[in-house]
Design a protein around this ligand. Sequence first.
Ligand code: GLN
Length: 433
Amino acid sequence: MAENEITFEPDDRYNAFLTVCNRVSHGKGKLAGITVAVKDNISTKNIETTCASKILKGYVPPYDAHVVELIKKEGAAIVGKTNLDEFGMGTTTENSAFGPTLNPCDTTRVPGGSSGGSAAAIASGMVRMALGTDTGGSIRCPSAFCGIVGLKPTYGRVSRYGLIAYANSLEQIGPMARTVSDVSLLMQVIAGYDRRDSTSYNKPYTHTPKADIKGLKIGIPNEYFGEGVDPKVANVVKDALTQLEHLGATTVPCSIPSMEYALAAYYVICTSEASSNLARFDGVRYGPAADTKKSWHDSYQEVRRAGFGTEVRRRIMLGTFALSSGYYGKYYAKAQIARENVRKDFARIFSEVDVIVGPTMPTIAFKLGEKSDPLSMYLADILTVPVNLAGIPAISLPCGKVAGMPVGIQIMGKPFDDERVIDVAFAYEQAVK
Ligand code: GLN
């Protein structure tokens, strides 16, 4: 075996990987020889990329996503593609067309989603780092449920070129790992300008975490500790806040009244964008070949009915409805107003505090199959989606346990203040380790 090659054998118990690269070569650089897993909605040249959907089974991208180019350039060993909810639509990884991923902390529970495969690969020790994507919590939720660290960067800080789009205006690619330092290291590599993403900002990330948070002002929104949040989870996060106070931070209560409409706005916007993005999967360029003898309408319908899972079909229908003439003003336009109110609430609070802190998820990881109706599944996203609506950065890191399962604390920051979010997380991690 060549010197710059490693062999990789995943632990199949968790179903974390959809594609495994058994013999991997790596280069020199910041990530030299470090094992990195890539969520399977991020394009990898010559490696199958399915979005955990039957419609993309067998699709091998002819190019790398911007972030994949960057990690390769820094010598990473890309060991495989990780499982997710089909196209990123879900909170548990149970919506994968290729079976759910199991939580390494308790295999009767879900790992969270949609980047559940990436989180499980890290939590089980199979890889050191992974790339995830976060449209409404998909990096932070599985990080919380599996007891690892995950950052949703400020919108625009990491290029989305090569990410197979679910909801463009909300999603970001971000780093996941076991420690804040590793998350920061991977962020150094993937952040920065890319002309191929029209929403990309020229804001490279060159930071190394610092543990000093003396004088830091933390906003505590009452909505993050109220109705719907398991009091045991809330208490673990409150203890972590006390720890941050011991380190020199002060806490101030605050309120995000627009949260009342945040979840509804999120599900109107993400389904609307999804209905448009997913229209391209027609069986002509992608997916199982359509029967060309049939009319376009019939073959389009047939390919999509066979290729998409239940949740994806539900969302395409919801989004198409929300955008249709006569309903557009009633749903989509209203959702955009609610979104703007969320952004304004955050801006108002951030004029007085440095970061906002609360739980990442309202509960610990669910049992497999526990959330059987879509609405109760959507409700679990209540504490993560406001961040995506506002485009701000947020990290989740472990802060304790309830019933033996990890609890995540979520630290939210001002736009382009990803560095501060990392520092607060680092200070906490160093203090409790
Ligand atoms: N659970 C949310 C959804 O289903 C978030 C998913 C994500 O961030 N990709 O849309």
